[in-house]
Design a protein around this ligand. Structure first.
Ligand SMILES: Nc1nc2c(ncn2[C@@H]2O[C@H](COP(=O)(O)OP(=O)(O)OP(=O)(O)O)[C@@H](O)[C@H]2O)c(=O)[nH]1
Ligand SMILES: [Mg+2]
Length: 376
């Protein structure tokens, strides 16, 4: 069923596949953290069309450098996959190229790690030229140390490529060089785009800039659509937005702002993506105010807040004033079941029922008054 094409983990056809998820609880990580992360990878896999049949969490003191988890556990997983006719094995962490190769050999089925899953989603969603280049760059950085895996796979498949020994090594070197050249070319083009974006941001610095930020699927684009009375793509799926969009929004007769909707965040967002999406994420840095949109109905709302705050710190946006906007109030039935505490500084809204929208506009208006508390 899996031909040579499936060896390219970043052009994978996931539709109608069954999979299982594997995670490791080791070191300081709590079981809650692991469960949160596993539930997230299951959602991500579903977004790609994979049906997750089961999950395996191993408790271990250390990560195994060769197989990531213990070989005993891996044998149990291998048998489970055969008995239940499972197509792919998904790891909820980034694996090294060697680990991936070893596990694939052991299990005999395609292995995808968390980064490969996220890159596949980003690849599907990227629309603008810039987003496509950013995803391609992250994908090339990811592929570079894994090239050898592709060639071992090719040489194993019958009569497909027919490359052996020294010939394979030569091809590997050629591929490496090609990828390096492409990385250099994309980096140059992205630097150019980054300069253009900086110039545009500078021009906008005379306006009042507000940026939406938040976990993927929290409702950022829905809020943007509601406030700007325009329709951007908002879907019940992870990472429906990859590109940044800026719209002029009239808050009231006295105030208009430029509102920026951007890519959603996620726990353990791969470093290569953060790096290549720098210029998109930098759009947030031009904001006077950040609206941190949170799905209050999610059982993981607090974890989502922590992930978003960490990424904001990483990109150097933690000095920008933030209003927490808890969305999807319509799903609460008046009771907050996940134990979240909404402080008087936060706002509870629903983009569906429009609850809280006027309060939000009022708060944005107050923020831009010359004597607002943030400016003191
Ligand atoms: N029940 C409910 N659903 C909402 C509300 N606001 C948005 N949604 C739904 O939540 C899903 C995600 O909304 P988006 O606006 O695409 O979320 P996003 O934060 O832009 O997501 P990404 O672009 O993936 O980061 C969609 O199915 C929306 O219809 C709300 O107030 N209540
Ligand atoms: Mg969106």
């Amino acid at each position: 069923m899996f031909s040579e094409s499936s060896s390219d983990k970043l052009n994978f056809d996931f539709q109608h596949l069954t999979g299982i998820v594997v995670s490791l609880k080791c070191g300081e990580t709590t079981l809650e953290d692991v469960n949160y992360s596993v539930s997230e990878i299951i959602q991500l896999a579903k977004t790609l069309g994979v049906t997750i049949e089961n999950k395996f969490i191993q408790h271990r003191k250390f990560i195994d450098s060769a197989y990531y988890i213990g070989q005993g556990k891996l044998e149990e997983i291998r048998c489970y996959m055969i008995e239940n006719n499972i197509d792919i094995l998904i790891f909820d962490n980034e694996l090294s190229g060697i680990q991936e190769r070893n596990i694939e050999k052991f299990v005999g089925k395609p292995i995808l790690d968390r980064t490969a899953i996220i890159l596949n989603i980003f690849k599907k969603r990227a629309k603008s030229n810039e987003a496509k280049l950013q995803v391609e760059l992250a994908a090339l950085e990811y592929q570079m140390p894994r090239l050898r895996n592709m060639w071992t796979h090719f040489s194993r498949s019958e009569g497909v490529v027919g490359i052996r020994g020294g010939e394979g090594e030569k091809q590997l070197e050629l591929d490496k060089r090609m990828i390096k050249n492409r990385i250099t070319a994309i980096t140059k083009r992205l630097e150019k785009i980054d300069t253009q974006m900086k110039t545009r941001r500078k021009k906008r610095s005379y306006s009042r800039n507000v940026s939406l930020a938040g976990y993927t699927n929290a409702g950022k684009t829905s809020l943007m659509n509601l406030l700007s009375k325009k329709t951007l793509f908002a879907e019940n799926m992870m990472f429906s937005t990859i590109d940044s969009t800026v719209r002029k929004v009239y808050i009231n007769d006295d105030l208009s702002i430029l509102l920026n909707d951007t890519v959603g965040f996620i726990n353990k967002l791969p470093c290569s993506l953060v790096a290549s999406f720098k210029s998109t994420l930098d759009e947030i840095l031009g904001a006077d105010l950040i609206l941190h949109v949170i799905d209050i109905s999610s059982e993981f709302a607090q974890e989502h807040i922590n992930s978003v705050e960490q990424i904001l710190r990483e990109i150097g946006a933690d000095h920008i004033p933030i209003i927490k906007v808890y969305n999807k109030a319509d799903l609460l039935d008046g009771i907050i079941e996940n134990g979240m505490h909404i402080s008087p500084d936060d706002i509870l809204i629903s983009t569906y029922t429009k609850q809280g929208i006027e309060t939000l506009k009022e708060r944005i208006h107050q923020f831009f008054l010359p004597d607002n508390e943030f400016n003191q």
